[in-house]
Design a protein around this ligand. Structure first.
Ligand code: FAD
Length: 410
């Protein structure tokens, strides 16, 4: 494959375009690709030169497959990814269930490169490393582009629309005046190891009482590599602090995980360590920022498009990027585009609400154990979980307090 022309210099950017997309992660690249294919003049910028690493579990769950299919990139991704058959969910009691689904693992360095290259191939003009510093505004307050910078140089790029796809760090949201909450919803941390003697055909999720409201994972990647990590909701950290306990330090949570989970322990102890432990924030629940202001749409993690409880957000990042592109392609005046995009995000809300409720279960380990215990003997419940994972049905009440009460009634 020839190297895509994705690291243009700031001065090579046009001073005008139809849509300026800030951030070339899954949300930004998905959005840029569709817009460029529809004939829009798209400028895509990222603060990091490509290809770049992104701290992530690298797990591709069914919504990611669906979004990649929509983008015409599923085969290219699956060719390089490691496929998995089930989500193996271990409850605090040690009981486990296997939920089948279309699952795979591909390091983000590769996944994001495929997406970004596709956007550039579709004729988006990409410059990196280039930072978004501030929006340009009309006297009315409407956003009309952005001030960008590279190594002390700045350039104003006028755009009919600005799409913020800048991920979970709040700086860009603050600069654009759309940040409603600085703190992330959650923090997570991961490392890569290689271990040739272990074979794993599932995404391994662990909820354990000693992870105090957090969760751990082991995901098998290509070439005998494994992504091992832990995550914790900010609310669980705060709750620990308000109870007089020290809020969990992510590194010590990771150490606990590799002690209590036999698979993680074996890989961490005997495997070849391929990377440092690295952490990053997540923004969840479609919450914490405005989704749109005149001339501006916010997509992906920047819009809170990552699920609580599991920390999965790549699929929804692409979905929101796709939604933004489709709304811009459909066109209309500012209110019409904003309303169309808001409607698309509202349609996703019930799923986000379910994962938010499920995350509250983290503080009640016995409840998770009960749920897994009930599901273990029930192919019907496993099928329901598979339908939820595959997004073939709305969540209903299964992962809610009402659902739990129903479990007690049998
Ligand atoms: C440890 C961890 C594990 C996770 N595991 C999974 C998982 O297994 N599966 C899953 O589906 N999700 C997972 N997630 C969530 C997933 O990483 C995010 O949902 C996803 O990356 C969001 O994509 P995005 O395009 O919105 O943002 P990002 O992928 O974060 O991309 C944002 C881009 O914007 C750029 N940027 C930021 N600020 C600026 C600026 N001022 N100017 C220019 N560019 C800028 C950044 O350089 C970056 O490239 C995990 C997250 C973490 C932290």
């Amino acid at each position: 494959m020839t190297t895509p022309n994705w690291n243009l210099a700031l001065q090579d950017l046009p001073t005008r375009c139809d849509v300026l997309v800030v951030g070339a992660g899954p949300s930004g690249s998905a959005c840029a690709k569709l817009l460029a294919e529809a004939g829009k003049q798209v400028v895509l910028v990222d603060a990091q030169a490509f290809p770049r690493d992104k701290v992530c579990g690298d797990g591709l769950v069914p919504d990611t497959h669906a979004a990649l299919q929509r983008l015409g990139l599923l085969d290219a991704v699956l060719e390089r990814a490691r496929a998995a058959k089930t989500a193996h969910c271990v409850a605090p009691s040690g009981g486990a269930i296997d939920v089948p689904g279309a699952l795979a693992v591909l390091p983000r360095r590769e996944l994001d490169a495929i997406l970004c290259a596709a956007a550039v191939k579709a004729s988006a003009v990409m410059a990196a490393p280039v930072r978004f510093d501030a929006p340009l505004r009309h006297a009315s307050g409407r956003v009309t582009g952005a001030l960008l910078s590279q190594s002390g140089q700045t350039r104003a790029v006028q755009a009919h629309w600005l799409v913020l796809a800048s991920g979970a760090a709040p700086a860009t949201l603050l600069a654009a005046g759309v940040c409603e909450r600085r703190t992330p919803s959650s923090m997570a941390l991961r490392a890569y190891v290689r271990h040739t003697g272990t074979s794993l055909n599932s995404l391994h999720f662990v909820w354990h009482a000693s992870l105090h409201g957090g969760y751990g994972w082991v995901f098998p990647g290509p070439g005998h590599s494994f992504n091992i990590g832990v995550g914790v909701m900010a609310s669980a950290r705060e709750a620990a602090g308000s109870n007089g306990k020290r809020p969990q330090n992510l590194r010590s949570l990771f150490e606990t995980f590799v002690e209590v989970d036999p698979l993680a322990r074996q890989l961490w102890r005997d495997g070849e360590h391929l990377s440092e432990l690295k952490g990053a924030p997540l923004r969840c629940d479609l919450d914490g920022s405005l989704w749109t202001t005149p001339g501006l749409l916010v997509v992906g993690d920047a819009a809170g498009a990552t699920y609580s409880f599991t920390g999965e957000g790549i699929g929804k990042a692409m979905e929101t990027g796709i939604a933004a592109a489709e709304c811009l392609i459909a066109g209309g005046d500012d209110p019409a585009i904003a309303a169309a995009y808001t409607t698309r995000l509202h349609a996703l809300k019930p799923r986000f609400d379910m994962y938010r409720k499920a995350a509250s279960f983290n503080r009640h380990p016995w409840l998770l154990s009960l749920l897994v215990w009930r599901a273990k003997g029930s192919p019907r419940m496993i099928a329901r979980f598979a339908d939820i994972l595959g997004e073939r049905r709305m969540p209903g009440t299964l992962l809610s307090w009402r659902g739990v009460r129903a479990l007690f009634r049998g």
